[in-house]
Design a protein around this ligand. Sequence first.
Ligand SMILES: Cc1ncc(COP(=O)(O)O)c(C=O)c1O
Length: 388
Amino acid sequence: MTDTSRTASRLREFGTSIFTVVSALSNRHGAVNLGQGFPDFDGPEPIRRAAAEAVMSGPNQYAPLAGTGRLRHAIADWMSRSRSVDVDAEREVTVTAGATGGLSAVMLGLLEPGDEVVLVEPWYDAYPAAVVMAGGRPTYAAPEAPGYRIDAATLEAAVTPATRALVINSPHNPTGRVLDEAEWDAIERVVLEHDLVLVSDEVYESLVYEGSHRSPIGRPALRDRCIVVSSIGKTFSLTGWKVGWTVAAPALTEAVRASHQFTIFSVATPLQVGAEAALGMPDAYFEEFVDSYRVRRDLLVDGLAAAGLRPSTPQGTYFALADVSSLGVDDDLAFCERMIRELGVAAIPTSPFHHDRRSGPIRFAFCKSEDVIRTALDRLQNVGSILP
Ligand SMILES: Cc1ncc(COP(=O)(O)O)c(C=O)c1O
């Protein structure tokens, strides 16, 4: 049992993350782990070499609080290249300890005690804790499964006079959805109507299979109310580096930097050199990246469908949901545990990402080699034996 007697009460409710729980069980049973959302391969060699050379020849001392000037300019160039948005590298970009560090810096820098932040279910698990650690209170908007479309009424239901911010994630983990223009219109209306800050988590920005990534910072009405949070983790298969950033108008960036300076202060300098190389990769890299993920996506989705698991085809990210609730599963966590024990395949239940823990679809990650995905699919051909 975990002894939480010395853990601050505000954190106790969050317990151990479902990813840690599932991975531990998966290791114990030698399961193929399609739960964890990180690649089983490393990012491009030129990027790793740039960081390695920086380790050997420097710079190895503290970077400036906001990030090295060169990386901030590379991020500004990236915003222009990927979103046609002009960004001031000096006043609008902050390099953070991954997107997670960026999200924490945003909440700590922005919230007064008791301020509310609207989170959309199913959420990324760091969001509620980041809000609570900053003294805020999460409230929850719950778009309906299996479509998970966001509309103004769903968001409005979670807004109160104490609401200060709204967090949106597109491409979305775990549903794989990429929000469309009508959804962004609804979000814009709610943000303007209630004078909110929009926190836009865009870590899967480069993994869009149909259409293209839309960032709210490209909308004139949201340009000064939006904080983009992203990182190199997913786009360059370097999740362990934890190099991320925020991009926001100067007043919002001041808030982010105000907290970042006393928590992280600055991010590993040689890895910032590597991140700069990453953002300068040629267009061909990004095309090949999406193509290789599309192959993995189709392999996984076709295999899940063949096993009778009713997957939906994700428009973005490297996750696919299987709608086991429509097959009669009413406890997604227990089902995932059985799948690990009896079939040797790990996936993540989505109930932990809802405030009422309602059982729902389960999430498979396909950021794994094709052989690993095939092995998991072979094992899943027997899934009927554990379905109700
Ligand atoms: C939606 C979402 N946001 C943020 C993160 C964390 O990103 P980073 O590793 O850069 O902190 C993840 C990682 O899985 C994620 O899925």
